[in-house]
Write a protein that binds this ligand. Sequence first.
Ligand SMILES: NC(=O)c1ccc[n+]([C@@H]2O[C@H](COP(=O)([O-])OP(=O)(O)OC[C@H]3O[C@@H](n4cnc5c(N)ncnc54)[C@H](O)[C@@H]3O)[C@@H](O)[C@H]2O)c1
Length: 399
Amino acid sequence: MSDELGFTNMAGARATAPAPEIGVGMLGYSFMGKAHSNAYKKIPYMVYPPPAIPRLVAIGGRDEEAVKEARKRYGYDKYYTDWRELVADPGVQLFDNGGPNDLHAEPTIAAARAGKHILCEKPLARSSQEAKKMLDAVTEAGVKHMVSFNYRFVPAIRQTYELIQKGALGDIYHFRASYLQEWLIDPEFPRTWRLDKEAAGSGALGDLGSHIIDLGRFLVGEPKSVMALTRTFIEDRPLPGSEDRGKVTVDDAFEAVVEFENGAVGTLEASRFCPGRKNHQVFEINGSKGSIRFDMERFNELEVYWKDAPGRETRGFTKVLVTESYHPFWSSWWPHGHIIGWEHTFVHEATHLLDAIVNDKDVAPYGATFEDGYRNAVICDAILQSSQEGRRVEIKYQD
Ligand SMILES: NC(=O)c1ccc[n+]([C@@H]2O[C@H](COP(=O)([O-])OP(=O)(O)OC[C@H]3O[C@@H](n4cnc5c(N)ncnc54)[C@H](O)[C@@H]3O)[C@@H](O)[C@H]2O)c1
């Protein structure tokens, strides 16, 4: 019973040896720079004993005043305004790319060639061709590589993975996923880099859709074909810091029907035009033995239905709180019911990568490698192609 008491994961753990240090070079100090820095800072005392202690060596950005402030705020030793210097710093062993999508390939390839391990934000690249070059670079360099598909590190989602792996859902029939936000609903919202194809590669598709595509591959398997539609609702917007308007060159929303190699079928949709939807990522998986549903705004919960659960009078979808000490990642946190949230996914993913680096473990299958990032980009390209050509597109990966 002791593992069900819930008050087992407090400060009792003891380290048997000092943990090695890994020097981190962080590119970008904004949204993801903040989320990743927060994770590195928490690891040494929350994930105890840690596989390695991240040493915050340097942070990079363009604006000197802002990056100087970020250095101070997050506690990095140094800052750089040129990513080339960040990548070349001999104290950096892990290069963390939290820059916009058009800044993923060049610095990441340079870092791999300099022998640095890599964590790169998603989508890995703006196209499958660009992603392939990145995959080739890390493979050739022999460094550890991970794409920040951080939702794999939600305890409830990893628990879903474990349940599917042990056959609890039986044969999988459906994967139905949506990722919806509302922040583009105002036509006067500026045309930032996320609305420019040259900078972002795609819109809602690469930004939000790439996450649910990754979850589909992680949980259900490889897609075989897609049939999709994309739409741009607002064609131009004010350019930031200018009187002019700029063209929106990416999708505002996409809808796709997916066929998986294992025979399952599914739907995927993402949009940033859904009033009231803040960060509404939901999926439901239906199998021959039951169903599992997850909603990001109910981060600590899963809804499950087991077809053969005893007692037909009370059989139905059941809400499960995924916060027991035996649930994934929970040994680092709190007594059961003392919930965690979105920021903790970054703690879990960075810990996973540090463990892979210092103990020479594989990043796959729990973490998304650059191979996963490349395959994800192939699927995004196929969705765009299907929408343009009005036909179903087969998914084909290069070796
Ligand atoms: N995993 C997730 O849940 C998640 C969430 C949001 C964003 N992202 C991804 O993270 C990446 C960054 O997104 P964000 O929201 O943090 O963007 P952002 O616009 O908030 O920040 C981008 C950062 O890059 C820096 N930067 C831009 N150009 C640069 C250059 N030439 N040299 C040095 N620094 C430069 C900016 O100064 C800023 O610090 C994107 O790829 C995005 O898709 C992932």
